[in-house]
Design a binder for this molecule. Structure first.
Ligand SMILES: [Zn+2]
Length: 951
């Protein structure tokens, strides 16, 4: 996060009334939609909607002194689409089309004004229709000139439609919407910014019918093109298209165990011999995904695949064995650690329920409001941390974690509050009490913003909403709206409960219909410039920390199949220290940065204290949010006794008072049993700027760097290339050696640094983590280092593939060290634009997918070493190429200058160059730029390593 509140929040997106001088007669219109016809006058339609569409607010003209038609406010079409109000949509389209004709803008096929305009979230009405599953709105929009080529968050509408099918209740929508879009001219070969076609996504999500449709339309398209221009190069079959990691749709179907799609592909000349950037065939991908049936089918179609080796020399069967983990490891551990017998037995493949990932989504977290709510499209931008983030993840049908992209998971939506004693292991009582007071002092949203249902028990809420008809509930819950209610029953009791608890509470994308309850500005309070609270925040914060604690219990429960857990909670926590905001030299007036209780530290301290008799002694806390986990670090440091210096000033004196502080998580051994590492952007917000990326701490450092004895015990080299040495920069991260081990890696910027980010984990932190031998791993999972997230000031710039890679690495460490025990808690990540295809949704889904991938691979230092050496080799080759190019350029220059000296001039045409002075300068500039393209190189390396896991 950053100092958001000072950044001009109140900027108003102005409404844009039409400037028309001549009144227009009110004409009857025919609304036709999927066979339904009704006749209404435009004014009637508007009158009907007047009370519903706050932003449209067509006046009926009766009070108007002149006779003008009322203005249409911006986003009216978006709003009508989102609410699924076809009548209003038809009225708007007809009205706008009529206007454009009247103004002489167009007499040909009408493209309605505003039909392709983008709202604040950069969505056109067509995007809105797709992301909210409004099938009936799509055809009218297409008829009105909606473009099928306009991307949303890097995805063409066709891809978006396919991605909607990740939830079972939208599978039919995905098929029907894809068909409409293809009919309207969408190109089946179009790629998104992953280089993927819609077919890739259909394969990834296991949508066999959609894949079939796309294959057919792709073939028809290619035939049509060939017939029109017989000289043009033939378009390759859609199946053969490769994404940026080199994967075909067949690779993805195999990797993600989509047998239906795989068999569909196998019937039609599949690209069995195509390798991805990791040198892997689809058969390797099937092995990596643990899909034995897929592997058998692929080998039957292509017997040579069984012996094919990837870039690392591994056959599909080697990969399958790797995935199963080292044989007998489970029983060895069971003997060494009786308390872990249950999960060790599971790890050894003993009978029992398969290990699973639990997602905890307490409904109370929706009650934490940071902006007036619900939000209309034209209202001021809300703070980045708002309830829309939860909708993106856990909405019953539209949430990314409910669909196929996250993999099969268990759900816990009970919402337990954290016990005060658990909270006070890391926080000071005065701070906790202060938060409670700050929230309780705020007015009841019901008083200032309309009726509230916060106070009602969940069951009462559910009844009210069910009996509430069109007015309430799902309409608010974000677009899926009317569709979502019946669908939610498909997802089982847990999500049905979630549906009821979420209904009416949130709408991330800005609904047209303001449902109760609403939150007015007066119901909000501010702890600091960044951190807003509402009356419901207190409960939300208790539930967020409570979820992290409940996740520990679930993972440790001998009778549950839960191996690891993800907490989809807010408010986040990693900037909250023992007493809240953590000042640093660069930010003495620190803020809480959206955070209230340090959910992660609370859970880790709980695990160390409560499960000390069950084999949990050593807890590791890791943080990959783009912002330094300064709060967590402060909690960790406080677990060892220290002296706090507090400056004071009175009318008579000033000075510094020193007093001892100590918040043990368990006992005096905390120092050796807690481990914290954080990788973040560290540097000025922009070049030449004094202000640093929030929170201004987190320079590279390691308070045990000299402690070689501990490291050599496990014998894994940390930072073998000495790339992450302490910078000596003043930072809150300067934890004393008397504290638990703290490692910070501050990545400079701005600018994309993906390869460096991966190396910091692979070469520095993970080896240190393995040497530490954790009994439980805790992750502060922030997704704001994504290159599309604007809050990171262009620092780091990873993608969802990097989050998936890192998560998988940590799962392997957990498999090696602690029976797979991981609890991950949501921190940052704000790019929710684009719903299903947003950077945030996809990143969290990738993280949870990697947690849920039920393999027993164990982290292997040799694999890391291979990657390291491979990267060096690629770099050396690139360097050699660069040197050769420079040599060639130098000798060409020499030849040319000799030619000039001998008076031959430029007529000799060497290289076709002209020798003019100015151009020479340009050439020199070009040559200087001829060095290694590190951006491209990093990308290549990153894609290669991504390919090894993701296939
Ligand atoms: Zn962050």
């Amino acid at each position: 996060m950053g100092s958001w509140a000072c950044s001009g929040v109140a900027e108003r997106r102005g409404v844009a009334p039409h400037s028309r001088s001549a009144p227009k007669p009110i004409t009857p219109l025919v609304i036709s939609s999927r066979g339904q016809e009704s006749r209404a006058s435009f004014a009637d339609a508007l009158l009907i909607k007047k009370t519903t569409y706050g932003r449209m607010d067509f006046s009926d003209g009766s009070d108007s002194s002149d006779d003008e038609m009322p203005p249409i406010f911006e986003f009216a079409i978006h709003n009508a689409v989102e609410s699924g109000d076809l009548e209003a949509l038809a009225a708007l389209l007809q009205h706008s089309a009529g206007e454009s004709v009247a103004e002489g803008a167009s007499v040909e096929p009408v493209s309605v004004p505003g039909i392709n305009s983008r709202d604040a979230e950069e969505c056109t009405p067509l995007h809105v229709a797709i992301l909210h599953g409004k099938l009936d709105a799509i055809q009218p929009l297409l008829d009105a000139g909606a473009r099928v080529t306009q991307n949303c968050e890097g995805s063409p509408p066709l891809t978006m439609a396919v991605c909607m099918g990740s939830h079972p209740s939208y599978e039919r929508f995905a098929l029907a919407a894809s068909s409409l879009l293809l009919d309207a001219g969408a190109v089946p070969f179009e790629r998104d910014d992953w280089g993927r076609t819609a077919l890739h996504w259909a394969a990834f999500l296991g949508l066999t019918d959609v894949a079939q449709l796309l294959l057919l339309r792709g073939q028809q398209w290619a035939e049509r093109e060939a017939a029109q221009d017989s000289d043009a190069p033939a378009i390759p079959p859609l199946q053969e298209f490769q994404d940026k990691a080199g994967n075909t749709a067949l690779h993805l179907a195999a990797r993600h165990r989509r047998e239906g799609v795989l068999h569909l592909f196998l019937r039609a000349d599949p690209p069995l011999r195509v390798r991805n950037r990791a040198g892997q065939l689809a058969a390797h991908a099937a092995a990596l995904g643990g899909c034995q049936a897929c592997l058998v089918a692929l080998e039957a179609a292509h017997p040579a695949a069984a012996e094919a080796r990837d870039r690392r020399g591994r056959t599909p069967h080697t990969l399958l064995d790797l995935r199963r983990g080292p044989r007998g490891a489970g029983s060895r551990r069971a003997a060494a650690q009786p308390d872990g017998a249950d999960s060790a037995a599971r790890a050894a493949g003993a009978p029992g329920p398969p290990p699973q990932t639990l997602v905890l989504a307490p409904p109370e977290c929706w009650q934490h409001h940071t902006a007036p709510w619900p939000r209309a499209r034209a209202s001021p931008e809300p703070p980045p941390e708002n309830v829309g983030r939860l909708t993106a993840l856990t909405h019953p049908t539209l949430g990314a974690l409910r669909g196929a992209e996250a993999g099969p998971v268990l759900w816990d939506e009970a919402g337990k509050r954290v016990a005060l004693g658990d909270l006070l292991r890391v926080h000071d009582w005065s701070y906790v009490r202060g938060i409670q007071r700050a929230c309780e002092d705020l007015p009841d949203p019901g008083v200032v913003g309309g009726p509230t249902e916060w106070g009602a028990p969940a069951s009462a809420r559910a009844e009210r909403i069910v009996g509430d008809g069109a007015e309430g509930g799902e309409g608010a819950a974000g677009g899926g709206a009317g569709d979502a209610r019946p669908d939610s029953s498909d997802t089982g009791p847990a999500s049905a409960e979630a549906g009821s608890s979420m209904a009416g509470l949130a709408d991330p994308l800005g609904a047209a219909l303001p449902p109760p309850p609403s939150i007015a500005e007066a119901a909000l309070g501010y702890l600091d410039g960044d951190t807003a609270v509402s009356r419901g925040t207190w409960r939300a914060a208790l539930a967020a920390a409570g979820a992290a604690v409940a996740a520990v219990d679930a993972v440790m429960d001998r009778d549950s199949p839960v191996r690891n857990a993800f907490c989809a909670v807010r408010p986040p926590g990693h900037h909250a220290g023992p007493a809240g905001a953590v000042p640093s030299a660069r930010d003495p007036h620190a803020t809480n940065g959206f955070c209230l209780f340090n959910n992660l530290a609370v859970a880790a301290a709980y695990a160390r204290c409560v499960y000390r008799g069950r084999g949990v002694a050593r807890v590791a806390l890791l943080d990959f949010d783009v912002h330094h986990g300064n709060g967590t670090e402060a909690c960790v440091v406080r677990a060892a006794p220290s002296l706090q210096r507090v400056p004071f000033s009175t009318p008579y004196s000033e000075g510094v008072q020193t007093f001892p502080v100590y918040k043990p998580w368990l006992d005096a051994d905390d120092k050796d049993n807690i481990f914290f590492a954080s990788v973040q952007g560290f540097g000025p917000k922009a070049e030449g700027m004094n202000a640093y990326v929030y929170p201004g701490s987190g320079a590279t450092g390691d308070n045990r760097i000299a402690d070689d004895a501990a490291r050599s015990a496990a014998g894994i080299a940390e930072d073998p290339d000495a790339e992450f040495l302490p910078t000596g920069e003043d930072s809150v991260g300067a934890a004393p050696p008397s504290a638990p081990r703290v490692i910070d890696v501050g990545i400079g910027g701005p600018g994309t640094k993906v390869a460096l980010w991966r190396r910091s984990w692979r070469d520095k932190i993970i080896p240190a983590l393995v040497n530490f031998r954790p009994d439980f791993i805790f992750i502060s999972a922030g997704f704001d280092a994504h290159r599309k997230d604007e809050i990171n000031f262009r620092y780091i710039g990873v993608t969802e593939r990097d989050f998936e890679w890192l998560t998988d690495q940590l799962v392997q460490v957990a498999n090696l060290c602690c029976h797979g025990r991981i609890v991950s808690v949501l921190e940052g990540g704000y790019r929710i634009q684009g719903g299903k295809v947003s950077a945030f949704s996809r990143s969290v889904a990738a993280h949870v997918r990697a947690l849920a991938d039920d393999h027993r691979m164990e982290w292997d230092p040799k694999a890391a070493e291979w990657e390291r050496e491979h990267e060096k080799q690629v770099r050396a080759e690139a360097e050699a190429k660069r040197a050769a190019a420079a040599m060639a350029a130098a000798s060409a220059l020499l030849n040319r200058s000799q030619a000039v000296e001998t008076g031959e001039g430029q007529e000799n045409g060497e290289g076709g160059d002209h020798a003019g002075g100015e151009e020479d300068g340009a050439r020199k500039r070009r040559r200087r730029g001829d060095g290694v393209d590190y951006v491209a190189l990093n990308k290549l390396l990153e894609e290669e390593s991504a390919g090894t896991k993701q296939a």
